[in-house]
Design a protein around this ligand. Structure first.
Ligand code: OAD
Length: 283
Protein backbone atom coordinates (compact mmCIF):
# COMPACT_ATOMS: atom_id res chain seq x y z
CA UNK A 1 0.00 0.00 0.00
CA UNK A 2 1.14 3.50 -0.76
CA UNK A 3 -0.97 5.34 1.82
CA UNK A 4 -2.35 4.04 5.10
CA UNK A 5 -5.75 5.53 4.30
CA UNK A 6 -7.41 8.43 2.48
CA UNK A 7 -6.74 11.09 5.11
CA UNK A 8 -4.54 14.14 5.27
CA UNK A 9 -2.71 12.39 8.14
CA UNK A 10 -1.47 9.74 5.71
CA UNK A 11 -0.07 12.43 3.45
CA UNK A 12 1.64 14.17 6.38
CA UNK A 13 3.16 10.82 7.34
CA UNK A 14 4.55 10.50 3.84
CA UNK A 15 6.19 13.93 4.12
CA UNK A 16 7.46 13.31 7.65
CA UNK A 17 9.03 10.00 6.61
CA UNK A 18 10.96 11.80 3.87
CA UNK A 19 9.08 10.02 1.07
CA UNK A 20 7.90 13.25 -0.57
CA UNK A 21 10.75 15.40 -1.79
CA UNK A 22 9.46 16.39 -5.21
CA UNK A 23 6.07 17.80 -4.46
CA UNK A 24 3.92 19.37 -7.16
CA UNK A 25 1.11 21.66 -6.07
CA UNK A 26 -1.71 22.34 -8.54
CA UNK A 27 -4.02 25.22 -7.73
CA UNK A 28 -7.21 26.93 -8.87
CA UNK A 29 -9.50 29.80 -8.00
CA UNK A 30 -10.53 28.20 -4.68
CA UNK A 31 -7.21 29.16 -3.08
CA UNK A 32 -7.98 32.85 -3.66
CA UNK A 33 -11.62 33.11 -2.56
CA UNK A 34 -10.47 33.81 1.02
CA UNK A 35 -8.61 36.82 -0.41
CA UNK A 36 -11.91 38.18 -1.74
CA UNK A 37 -11.56 37.03 -5.36
CA UNK A 38 -14.54 35.13 -6.78
CA UNK A 39 -13.99 31.67 -8.16
CA UNK A 40 -15.67 30.77 -11.47
CA UNK A 41 -18.10 27.92 -10.95
CA UNK A 42 -19.36 27.98 -7.35
CA UNK A 43 -23.14 28.26 -7.71
CA UNK A 44 -24.39 31.68 -6.60
CA UNK A 45 -21.02 33.18 -5.67
CA UNK A 46 -18.87 32.25 -8.70
CA UNK A 47 -17.96 34.76 -11.39
CA UNK A 48 -19.85 32.85 -14.08
CA UNK A 49 -23.10 33.42 -12.14
CA UNK A 50 -22.37 37.12 -11.79
CA UNK A 51 -21.80 38.34 -15.32
CA UNK A 52 -25.35 39.52 -16.00
CA UNK A 53 -24.22 43.13 -16.29
CA UNK A 54 -21.96 42.16 -19.19
CA UNK A 55 -24.75 40.84 -21.44
CA UNK A 56 -22.83 37.76 -22.49
CA UNK A 57 -24.32 34.99 -24.67
CA UNK A 58 -22.76 32.46 -22.22
CA UNK A 59 -20.54 33.12 -19.17
CA UNK A 60 -17.29 31.71 -20.57
CA UNK A 61 -17.63 34.16 -23.50
CA UNK A 62 -15.77 36.70 -21.40
CA UNK A 63 -12.63 34.57 -21.94
CA UNK A 64 -13.49 33.42 -25.47
CA UNK A 65 -11.18 34.60 -28.23
CA UNK A 66 -13.76 34.65 -31.02
CA UNK A 67 -16.23 36.62 -28.88
CA UNK A 68 -13.49 39.00 -27.68
CA UNK A 69 -12.54 39.92 -31.26
CA UNK A 70 -16.11 41.04 -31.90
CA UNK A 71 -17.00 42.39 -28.45
CA UNK A 72 -13.92 43.23 -26.40
CA UNK A 73 -15.38 45.54 -23.75
CA UNK A 74 -16.73 42.86 -21.31
CA UNK A 75 -13.26 41.39 -20.95
CA UNK A 76 -11.64 44.79 -20.32
CA UNK A 77 -14.29 45.65 -17.72
CA UNK A 78 -13.60 42.38 -15.94
CA UNK A 79 -9.85 42.86 -16.30
CA UNK A 80 -10.18 46.16 -14.47
CA UNK A 81 -11.87 44.34 -11.58
CA UNK A 82 -9.39 41.49 -11.51
CA UNK A 83 -6.18 43.42 -12.13
CA UNK A 84 -3.56 42.32 -9.59
CA UNK A 85 -2.73 44.80 -6.86
CA UNK A 86 -5.89 44.95 -4.77
CA UNK A 87 -5.67 41.55 -3.09
CA UNK A 88 -3.38 39.85 -0.56
CA UNK A 89 -2.27 36.19 -0.66
CA UNK A 90 -4.13 33.76 1.61
CA UNK A 91 -2.60 31.41 4.16
CA UNK A 92 -2.77 28.68 1.50
CA UNK A 93 -0.59 30.71 -0.89
CA UNK A 94 2.21 30.70 1.69
CA UNK A 95 2.34 26.90 1.64
CA UNK A 96 4.15 27.28 -1.69
CA UNK A 97 7.15 29.36 -0.53
CA UNK A 98 7.20 27.26 2.66
CA UNK A 99 7.62 24.01 0.70
CA UNK A 100 10.17 25.79 -1.52
CA UNK A 101 12.16 26.87 1.53
CA UNK A 102 12.19 23.27 2.75
CA UNK A 103 13.52 22.17 -0.64
CA UNK A 104 10.44 19.98 -1.18
CA UNK A 105 8.65 21.84 -3.97
CA UNK A 106 9.32 20.57 -7.47
CA UNK A 107 6.90 23.07 -9.00
CA UNK A 108 3.58 24.80 -8.52
CA UNK A 109 1.11 24.85 -11.41
CA UNK A 110 -1.61 27.44 -11.14
CA UNK A 111 -4.67 28.22 -13.24
CA UNK A 112 -5.00 31.57 -11.49
CA UNK A 113 -4.26 34.93 -13.06
CA UNK A 114 -4.13 36.90 -9.81
CA UNK A 115 -0.33 36.63 -9.33
CA UNK A 116 -0.78 35.94 -5.61
CA UNK A 117 1.78 33.11 -5.64
CA UNK A 118 4.51 35.55 -6.65
CA UNK A 119 3.26 38.07 -4.12
CA UNK A 120 3.58 35.37 -1.43
CA UNK A 121 7.25 35.05 -2.37
CA UNK A 122 7.29 31.93 -4.53
CA UNK A 123 10.35 32.13 -6.83
CA UNK A 124 9.25 32.43 -10.47
CA UNK A 125 11.23 29.39 -11.62
CA UNK A 126 9.10 27.23 -9.29
CA UNK A 127 5.86 28.57 -10.75
CA UNK A 128 4.00 27.70 -13.94
CA UNK A 129 1.14 30.08 -14.69
CA UNK A 130 -0.82 27.72 -16.90
CA UNK A 131 -3.42 30.28 -17.94
CA UNK A 132 -0.97 33.16 -18.28
CA UNK A 133 -1.10 36.43 -16.37
CA UNK A 134 -1.53 40.18 -16.63
CA UNK A 135 2.26 40.66 -16.52
CA UNK A 136 2.66 40.91 -20.31
CA UNK A 137 0.35 41.97 -23.15
CA UNK A 138 0.39 41.47 -26.90
CA UNK A 139 -1.53 42.70 -29.92
CA UNK A 140 -3.84 39.89 -31.07
CA UNK A 141 -3.28 40.96 -34.69
CA UNK A 142 0.45 41.64 -35.13
CA UNK A 143 1.69 40.01 -31.87
CA UNK A 144 3.88 42.95 -30.92
CA UNK A 145 4.43 43.18 -27.16
CA UNK A 146 3.08 46.32 -25.51
CA UNK A 147 4.39 48.14 -22.48
CA UNK A 148 2.63 46.62 -19.45
CA UNK A 149 2.25 49.92 -17.61
CA UNK A 150 0.62 51.52 -20.65
CA UNK A 151 -1.84 48.61 -20.92
CA UNK A 152 -2.60 48.73 -17.21
CA UNK A 153 -3.28 52.48 -17.36
CA UNK A 154 -5.71 51.98 -20.24
CA UNK A 155 -7.55 49.18 -18.48
CA UNK A 156 -7.74 51.04 -15.18
CA UNK A 157 -9.03 54.17 -16.97
CA UNK A 158 -11.68 52.00 -18.72
CA UNK A 159 -10.10 52.57 -22.13
CA UNK A 160 -9.47 49.77 -24.61
CA UNK A 161 -5.76 49.51 -25.48
CA UNK A 162 -5.30 49.47 -29.27
CA UNK A 163 -1.98 48.53 -30.84
CA UNK A 164 0.12 51.57 -31.75
CA UNK A 165 1.39 49.78 -34.83
CA UNK A 166 -1.65 48.10 -36.42
CA UNK A 167 -4.62 49.24 -34.32
CA UNK A 168 -5.40 45.66 -33.25
CA UNK A 169 -6.63 44.84 -29.76
CA UNK A 170 -3.91 44.57 -27.13
CA UNK A 171 -4.73 41.72 -24.79
CA UNK A 172 -3.01 40.70 -21.54
CA UNK A 173 -1.47 37.28 -22.06
CA UNK A 174 -4.20 35.44 -20.19
CA UNK A 175 -5.09 32.21 -21.96
CA UNK A 176 -8.54 32.41 -23.54
CA UNK A 177 -10.70 29.52 -24.68
CA UNK A 178 -9.51 28.98 -28.25
CA UNK A 179 -5.86 29.72 -27.44
CA UNK A 180 -2.92 27.47 -26.67
CA UNK A 181 -1.56 27.44 -23.15
CA UNK A 182 1.85 29.06 -22.67
CA UNK A 183 4.66 26.87 -24.04
CA UNK A 184 6.24 26.80 -20.57
CA UNK A 185 3.21 24.80 -19.41
CA UNK A 186 3.78 22.00 -21.91
CA UNK A 187 7.55 22.00 -21.62
CA UNK A 188 7.67 21.90 -17.82
CA UNK A 189 4.75 19.50 -17.33
CA UNK A 190 6.40 16.92 -19.55
CA UNK A 191 9.48 16.84 -17.34
CA UNK A 192 7.94 17.44 -13.91
CA UNK A 193 5.00 15.07 -13.64
CA UNK A 194 6.90 11.83 -14.22
CA UNK A 195 9.30 12.93 -11.50
CA UNK A 196 6.72 13.95 -8.91
CA UNK A 197 6.49 11.98 -5.63
CA UNK A 198 3.51 13.79 -4.07
CA UNK A 199 0.77 15.73 -5.81
CA UNK A 200 -1.26 18.27 -3.85
CA UNK A 201 -4.32 19.72 -5.61
CA UNK A 202 -5.90 22.81 -4.05
CA UNK A 203 -9.09 24.76 -4.75
CA UNK A 204 -10.06 23.70 -8.25
CA UNK A 205 -13.07 22.03 -9.83
CA UNK A 206 -10.71 20.29 -12.30
CA UNK A 207 -13.20 21.07 -15.07
CA UNK A 208 -10.86 22.72 -17.55
CA UNK A 209 -8.60 20.91 -20.00
CA UNK A 210 -5.72 20.39 -20.44
CA UNK A 211 -4.86 21.50 -16.89
CA UNK A 212 -7.13 18.93 -15.21
CA UNK A 213 -5.43 16.07 -17.08
CA UNK A 214 -2.19 16.77 -15.22
CA UNK A 215 -3.49 14.87 -12.18
CA UNK A 216 -3.38 11.71 -14.29
CA UNK A 217 0.19 12.25 -15.42
CA UNK A 218 1.96 11.40 -12.19
CA UNK A 219 3.09 7.81 -11.75
CA UNK A 220 0.38 5.35 -10.62
CA UNK A 221 2.23 5.01 -7.32
CA UNK A 222 2.43 8.73 -6.62
CA UNK A 223 0.24 9.79 -3.67
CA UNK A 224 -2.29 12.54 -4.40
CA UNK A 225 -4.07 14.87 -2.01
CA UNK A 226 -7.08 17.01 -2.88
CA UNK A 227 -8.06 19.90 -0.62
CA UNK A 228 -11.28 21.42 -1.94
CA UNK A 229 -14.82 22.26 -0.82
CA UNK A 230 -16.19 19.57 -3.11
CA UNK A 231 -15.01 16.40 -4.79
CA UNK A 232 -13.29 17.04 -8.11
CA UNK A 233 -11.56 15.14 -10.85
CA UNK A 234 -13.30 11.82 -10.22
CA UNK A 235 -14.67 11.58 -13.74
CA UNK A 236 -11.24 11.74 -15.36
CA UNK A 237 -9.67 8.48 -16.42
CA UNK A 238 -7.29 7.72 -13.49
CA UNK A 239 -8.90 10.62 -11.63
CA UNK A 240 -9.36 10.79 -7.85
CA UNK A 241 -10.56 7.52 -6.40
CA UNK A 242 -13.23 8.73 -3.96
CA UNK A 243 -14.88 5.30 -3.95
CA UNK A 244 -11.74 3.68 -2.61
CA UNK A 245 -11.90 1.15 -5.43
CA UNK A 246 -8.20 0.52 -4.89
CA UNK A 247 -8.28 0.61 -1.11
CA UNK A 248 -6.88 -2.88 -0.62
CA UNK A 249 -4.17 -2.65 -3.25
CA UNK A 250 -2.67 0.63 -4.25
CA UNK A 251 -4.45 3.31 -2.27
CA UNK A 252 -2.72 6.51 -3.21
CA UNK A 253 -5.47 9.15 -3.04
CA UNK A 254 -6.40 11.25 -0.02
CA UNK A 255 -8.73 14.21 0.36
CA UNK A 256 -9.94 16.90 2.69
CA UNK A 257 -13.31 18.32 1.73
CA UNK A 258 -13.44 21.83 3.17
CA UNK A 259 -11.72 25.19 2.98
CA UNK A 260 -8.17 25.33 1.66
CA UNK A 261 -6.89 27.41 4.56
CA UNK A 262 -8.30 24.88 7.05
CA UNK A 263 -6.91 21.86 5.18
CA UNK A 264 -3.52 23.46 4.63
CA UNK A 265 -3.30 24.47 8.28
CA UNK A 266 -4.04 20.88 9.26
CA UNK A 267 -1.40 19.51 6.91
CA UNK A 268 1.34 21.88 8.05
CA UNK A 269 0.56 21.38 11.71
CA UNK A 270 0.86 17.61 11.23
CA UNK A 271 4.27 18.33 9.72
CA UNK A 272 5.23 20.62 12.60
CA UNK A 273 5.41 23.74 10.40
CA UNK A 274 2.36 25.66 11.60
CA UNK A 275 4.29 28.46 13.34
CA UNK A 276 6.60 28.91 10.38
CA UNK A 277 3.64 29.25 8.01
CA UNK A 278 1.93 31.73 10.31
CA UNK A 279 5.07 33.89 10.51
CA UNK A 280 5.33 33.96 6.72
CA UNK A 281 1.63 34.84 6.42
CA UNK A 282 1.84 37.67 8.93
CA UNK A 283 5.15 39.13 7.69
P1 OAD B 1 -13.68 26.85 -10.40
O1 OAD B 1 -14.53 28.00 -10.00
O2 OAD B 1 -14.12 26.01 -11.53
O3 OAD B 1 -13.48 25.88 -9.15
C1 OAD B 1 -13.13 26.36 -7.88
C2 OAD B 1 -13.23 25.24 -6.87
O4 OAD B 1 -12.76 25.69 -5.63
C3 OAD B 1 -14.66 24.73 -6.67
O5 OAD B 1 -14.64 23.31 -6.63
C4 OAD B 1 -15.04 25.32 -5.28
O6 OAD B 1 -15.92 24.47 -4.55
C5 OAD B 1 -13.70 25.36 -4.62
N1 OAD B 1 -13.54 26.42 -3.59
C6 OAD B 1 -13.93 27.70 -3.62
N2 OAD B 1 -13.48 28.36 -2.53
C7 OAD B 1 -12.80 27.47 -1.79
C8 OAD B 1 -12.10 27.53 -0.55
N3 OAD B 1 -11.96 28.65 0.16
N4 OAD B 1 -11.51 26.39 -0.10
C9 OAD B 1 -11.62 25.23 -0.80
N5 OAD B 1 -12.26 25.11 -1.97
C10 OAD B 1 -12.83 26.22 -2.46
O7 OAD B 1 -12.21 27.44 -10.64
P2 OAD B 1 -10.98 26.73 -11.39
O8 OAD B 1 -11.01 25.28 -11.18
O9 OAD B 1 -9.78 27.48 -10.98
O10 OAD B 1 -9.86 29.96 -16.93
O11 OAD B 1 -11.33 27.08 -12.91
C11 OAD B 1 -10.43 26.73 -13.93
C12 OAD B 1 -10.43 27.74 -15.04
O12 OAD B 1 -11.76 27.98 -15.49
C13 OAD B 1 -9.92 29.11 -14.67
O13 OAD B 1 -8.53 29.20 -14.71
C14 OAD B 1 -10.57 30.02 -15.68
C15 OAD B 1 -11.92 29.37 -15.82
O14 OAD B 1 -12.50 29.47 -17.06
C16 OAD B 1 -9.37 31.11 -17.45
O15 OAD B 1 -9.47 32.19 -16.90
C17 OAD B 1 -8.67 30.99 -18.73
Amino acid sequence: KILKDDTIESIAECINQGKAKKIIVMTGAGISTAAGIKDFRSPGTGLYDDLGKYNLPFPEAVFDLAFFKETPSPFYRLAKELFPGKYRPTLTHYLLPLLAKKGLLLRSYTQNIDSLEKMAGLPEDLLVEAHGSFATSKCIQCSIVSDSEWVKEHIMDSNIPYCKRCDGLVKPEITFFGEDLPSRFRDMAQIDFVDCDLLIVLGTSLKVEPFNKLITQVSPRCPRLLINREKAGQELHSGFDFDDKWKYTVQRDAWFLGDCDVGVKKLVSLCGWEDELQVMYEA
